[in-house]
Design a protein around this ligand. Structure first.
Ligand code: HEC
Length: 162
């Protein structure tokens, strides 16, 4: 229970920090005070302005949280407590609705891959098994092969060997 709530708190923190960046991206330079309630942002063209772009895009912030939560889930799945304990929280991330570093990444293909990812994600949350977990990792890698090859090595290390 303790682990569950601390993971959730960490997620919220990352999320709020991400929204803080969004605030600066839209030019107001202010932290959105009701940011916690927001789950998505409109595709605002002004956010693509390179001069106003934050150093770390909200989509990249989400990705880091996804990686972190995936690592937590992996640790759980390979531990003995996977047979008895409650799985850690792995929050859905509507990352495809967030501003990326490079606005050109959001294409119809990208959105299709994002939908495939969320399908695999839903399954592992419902039934946390190594197979379902590996299916999510495969979706991470599949999208990264076309969009962002840098972290692939690290993502591949998540895979749970049978
Ligand atoms: C549908 C495509 C897609 C999926 C699925 C996806 N990613 Fe990403 N990922 C991206 C894109 C695009 C970026 C670059 C984001 C940016 O810089 O704004 C990125 C960036 C990253 C980064 C680097 C973030 C940084 O610090 O700059 C990591 C780490 C990462 N992803 C991990 C993951 C993990 C782990 C998963 C699966 C749990 C995953 N990604 C699933 C497209 C995807």
């Amino acid at each position: 229970m303790f682990q569950k709530s601390s993971v959730y708190t960490a997620f919220l923190l990352v999320w709020v920090i991400g929204l803080a960046f969004l605030g600066s991206c839209s030019g107001s330079g202010e932290v959105i005070s009701d940011g916690e309630q927001k789950t998505s942002v409109p595709n605002d063209a002004s956010c693509g302005d390179q001069k106003a772009a934050p150093k770390v895009a909200p989509m990249a912030v989400s990705m880091r949280a996804m990686l972190q939560q995936a690592e937590t889930m992996r640790t759980f799945l390979i531990s003995d407590s996977a047979k008895t304990g409650a799985p850690p929280v792995w929050a859905p991330m509507p990352f495809e609705k967030q501003t990326p570093t490079d606005s050109n990444v959001v294409t119809p293909d990208f959105l299709r891959r994002a939908a495939d990812y969320h399908k695999a994600f839903d399954l592992v949350v419902r039934e946390p098994t190594p197979d379902h977990f590996n299916a999510v990792v495969a979706q991470c890698v599949q999208c990264h092969e076309s969009n962002c090859p840098g972290p692939i090595k690290r993502i591949n290390r998540l895979r749970i060997d049978a």
